[in-house]
Design a protein around this ligand. Structure first.
Ligand code: FAD
Ligand code: DLZ
Ligand code: SF4
Length: 508
């Protein structure tokens, strides 16, 4: 008989390996295993989501006539790994072929390829650009840039395109209209909430029992675990969030963890939503005049641009990509990333909501926690492990290029053209955090100065030999050069002292 493997992030009815099998004669294997839940300390909310969504998907497959062998985490004979479960079930069922779809992680895919099993691989057609198509596109270029890839995807899909082949609104990118600060009286819509059913309640108890040693807790789980619920979350965003998504895409606000973001990434990465339908919905509501173009374009760019682009880069460059450390960083990840205990208000807010919700929106990940790790010179693999563990939507193919490439510049500018380094002034402009902070954002070298400020200049000074040739950093190096020598020295000393505090394990 033939067996189909469905992994925790492959919960799509149109998964290629499912399409290749026949419910009348073949069987499906799904397994909750310690190996996958523990290789990084995944947030308990993420484990609840994956196990609950897996159990719901197994039930839905059975309702569609499939024979599903589902191994729960605490089953007596659970071997603890995906490979171990395949070996066990192959023997037990007398399996001839195992059908599976490309994994979301090089580590697991390699372990499967090395296991000596009779595997039949299928492409992950849930992505709009296959690994092979991306490699072909990349091979025709000296330098990869998301913007070029994105334009190709717009043309190929026809999304937000006019009939004459030009981009809607006469421009490919409306990023400059996506940088408004949130006005004081405005809040994001009330978040959609999905009550726990019996399956989820059981999974919450299981995860509480087995993963209490991981940072974060299972409390407050309210995320979609089925396709129908994920669709409701999406429709909630279409109705209440999308119109303002463009304007406030880069904003941050005290006590408003989601703002006008969709919160769909985890559902999408698990397979509960389909990227093509999401994009078609956005294109349609824009054509109906229900949302402005900067919202539609900004959103579609994230999906067919960034999301597909990082997926392509990951598979093109793995496994050596994960080892890159262009800036030679060697600092350990500060403990406050796991506790949120820091006097930096922006960091405490971003990390605090991450530990509470397993969610932070893009600009918090990029310009707060990511920016700090970049400026402080944290070892890329350590910060990558943190992002992979703490976010509900984190899978290696998407987390690694975003963290290692976009945030840490550890690939030397392969994925993006420059490091997104910024001082506290950026955070002040885009948020209301600085008003509540015990540091002063308008100070640079003083004892009470915002740590981002001195660390920003320290970063630029210490990496001058490799960064000053970058034309996109010419302006900041000019402004560094216009500083008096004594000022520059004071800023450097303040940076040194902050880094020494981090090295001594002190919170700042
Ligand atoms: P919205 O802001 O509403 O955006 C809509 C969708 O666009 C997202 O759901 C997501 O699917 C897609 N998207 C947006 N930006 C990106 C991007 N840069 N790369 C890929 N997809 C994107 N996203 C993940 O899904 N998993 C990760 O592990 C992950 N790690 C990240 C690590 C770092 C350091 C950074 C800077 C970004 C990371 N992102 C990751 C991208 C982005 O931050 C999240 O997709 C987004 O915050 C999810 O929230 P949302 O659904 O409300 O997104
Ligand atoms: C992330 C994860 C976790 C926590 N647990 C499981 C699991 O028990 N069983 C499973 O099939 N998949 C799990 N996953 C998802 C896999 O790790 C995932 O397929 C890889 O991270 C590749 O994206
Ligand atoms: Fe963050 Fe600096 Fe503003 Fe404090 S002053 S909130 S540390 S940017």
């Amino acid at each position: 008989m033939r067996l189909g493997l469905v992994l925790g992030d492959q919960l799509s009815f149109d998964l290629a390996s499912l399409q290749a099998l026949d419910p009348a004669t073949d069987a499906i294997l799904m397994a909750e295993v310690q190996g996958e839940a523990r290789y990084v300390p995944h947030h308990p909310l993420k484990i609840v989501l994956i196990f609950s969504a897996m159990r719901h998907f197994a039930q839905a497959l059975r309702e569609r006539g499939w024979q599903v062998h589902y191994v729960e985490l605490d089953a007596a004979d659970n071997s603890g790994s995906i490979v171990g479960e395949l070996q066990r079930w192959r023997k037990a069922l007398g399996v001839t072929d195992i059908h599976l779809t490309e994994c979301g992680e090089w580590r697991l895919e390699q372990a499967l390829r090395d296991a000596g099993l009779p595997l039949v691989w299928h492409r992950d057609t849930r992505f709009m650009c296959s690994r092979e198509a991306f490699a072909r596109w990349a091979s025709q270029r000296r330098q990869l840039r998301m913007e070029h890839f994105y334009r190709g995807m717009r043309k190929r899909t026809g999304l937000l395109m006019e009939l004459d082949g030009s981009p809607a609104g006469g421009a490919w990118n409306f990023d400059s209209q996506n940088r408004k600060r949130l006005p004081g009286q405005l809040h994001g819509p009330f978040p959609a909430h999905f009550p726990q059913d019996e399956i989820t309640v059981a999974v919450v108890s299981l995860v509480r029992l087995h993963f209490s040693d991981h940072y974060g807790s299972v409390e407050g789980f309210d995320y979609p675990v089925t396709h129908a619920q994920a669709q409701q979350l999406w429709e909630h965003f279409l109705q209440f969030g999308l119109a303002a998504f463009g304007d406030y895409q880069d904003a941050m606000a005290e006590g408003d963890p989601y703002l006008f973001h969709a919160r769909i990434s985890a559902a999408l990465n698990l397979g509960l939503l389909d990227v093509r339908s999401l994009c078609e919905d956005v294109d349609r509501v824009w054509r109906e005049g229900r949302i402005p173009l900067n919202a539609a374009e900004g959103f579609i760019r994230q999906l067919i641009g960034w999301r597909e682009y990082v997926h392509g880069v990951y598979w093109l460059r793995m496994p050596e990509y994960a080892e890159l450390n262009y800036l030679g960083n060697d600092r350990a990840l500060p403990e406050f990333y796991w506790t949120g205990q820091t006097r930096m208000r922006c960091m405490a807010q971003a990390i605090g909501q991450t530990l509470r919700l397993a969610y932070a929106h893009h600009i918090q990940r990029l310009m707060v926690t990511g920016n700090f790790a970049l400026l402080a010179g944290i070892v890329p693999s350590a910060i990558c492990e943190w992002y992979l563990a703490v976010y509900m939507d984190a899978f290696d193919w998407v987390e690694l290029p975003n963290t290692l490439g976009m945030v840490m510049h550890a690939d030397g500018g392969y994925l993006g053209s420059k490091p997104y380094c910024a001082s506290g002034r950026y955070i002040q402009r885009m948020s209301d955090h600085c008003q509540q902070c015990s540091y002063r954002v308008d100070h640079v070298a003083e004892e009470d100065a915002c740590p981002f400020n001195a660390l920003y200049w320290h970063f630029l000074i210490r990496h001058r030999p490799v960064l000053s040739a970058n034309p996109r950093l010419a302006l900041v190096y000019r402004s560094l050069d216009s500083m008096s020598a004594s000022r520059r020295d004071a800023v450097w000393q303040r940076g040194q002292s902050l880094l020494a505090q981090l090295d001594a394990g002190q919170a700042i």
